[in-house]
Write a protein that binds this ligand. Structure first.
Ligand code: ADP
Length: 312
């Protein structure tokens, strides 16, 4: 495979279950080494798309290439180049963490060292513990360990940190960054938009089987959705909000007017706010356009919500 050809290439992918069209023609690429976040509400079609890429589900029409191969015609050698962390494997079993990983390592031609993987997922102290005795979050780490033991070129992470406490999530993010630094291409689905923003290079947003936006994390939703908001209270306690590309000018003006305005904030919409605006607008407009150029004209969210990042 040429280094310039995408690891994942999807063109006009359709999937119907009976008369119900779950995917209505989506197209995107994922480049080597990229972390791509596939976002969308429940029922949007994310799992359908991913299962097609993984070779678990046949498509109705369209073109799909994963690591240069059509998943519908791929064999075991191809499968060994993928790492798959499903939503929940419910991995329990009476074997220890080390035993389970040793078993799976034996299925791959060039596996990582088991002890390294156990360290990487933060389970060193549980290496000799039976999986059935682990907490839910620890079992999830075993799932992740099993997904990376085969040194995959392409790693599918389907809601990997559901049920993790905040510390475990941050440790997991560090692990994903290390995998990325090693050159692993990653397809991530998550309902945690901060996770997508932390880890993703680019994101695609699916709704009702359509790709409604795609672009870098900074581009998603379009420039309009990203305009910062300056908010403060005047001496009388009245709330003021100004959406502006030049927040510093507004703040400087307030300072020049004398005094320190109460509750002064400069707020940039977070990926979560932008995403919610995109999905809401798509629903409201019944817009079925397949926007693949990342230059969405969709109006973004306005107003500050609690999930926006306060920068000042
Ligand atoms: P997501 O992963 O984004 O939640 P899915 O791909 O699981 O979405 O589902 C997309 C749509 O297809 C949903 O409306 C779902 O009910 C439907 N669907 C998924 N799998 C099947 C199936 N095996 N048979 C019929 N409908 C299905």
């Amino acid at each position: 495979m040429e280094s310039s050809s995408p690891v994942v290439r999807v063109r006009d992918l359709h999937k119907s279950y009976g008369s119900f069209e779950a995917l209505g023609g989506i197209s995107f690429d994922i480049s080597a080494g990229e972390t791509f976040a596939l976002l969308g509400p429940n029922g949007a079609g994310k799992s359908t798309a991913i299962e097609i890429l993984e070779g678990y589900r046949d498509r109705s029409s369209g073109e799909v290439s994963v690591l240069g191969v059509d998943p519908q015609r791929a064999g075991r050698a191809w499968k060994a180049r993928l790492g798959i962390v499903l939503q929940s494997t419910g991995e329990s079993g009476n074997v220890t963490v080390t035993e389970q990983l040793n078993h799976f390592a034996g299925l791959y031609p060039n596996p990582r060292r088991v002890s390294e993987v156990i360290d990487a997922v933060g389970l060193a102290s549980k290496a000799k513990t039976r999986i059935s005795r682990l907490s839910g979050g620890q079992r999830r780490r075993v799932d992740v360990a099993l997904g990376i033991i085969g040194r995959p070129e392409l790693l599918f992470l389907d809601e990997p940190t559901t049920g993790f406490d905040p510390e475990a999530r941050h440790q997991f993010w560090d692990l994903v960054r290390r995998l990325k630094a090693e050159g692993t291409t990653i397809l991530l689905t998550t309902h945690y938009l901060d996770e997508a923003a932390q880890l993703g290079d680019r994101a695609g947003v699916i709704n009702d089987g359509r790709l409604i936006d795609i672009g870098t994390i900074a581009e998603i939703g379009g420039a309009e959705a990203r305009v910062p908001l300056v908010r403060w209270r005047d001496a009388g306690g009245a709330l003021h909000e100004v959406r502006t590309e030049e927040p510093a000018r507004i703040v400087a003006g307030l300072a020049a007017a004398g005094g320190e305005p109460a509750d002064l904030e400069v707020i940039r919409p977070s990926l979560e706010a932008v995403y919610l605006g995109l999905v809401r607008d798509h629903r409201t407009n019944g817009n079925a356009d397949n926007n693949e150029n990342g230059n969405s004209t969709t109006a973004g969210p306005v107003g500050a919500t609690s999930d926006e990042e306060v920068l000042a």
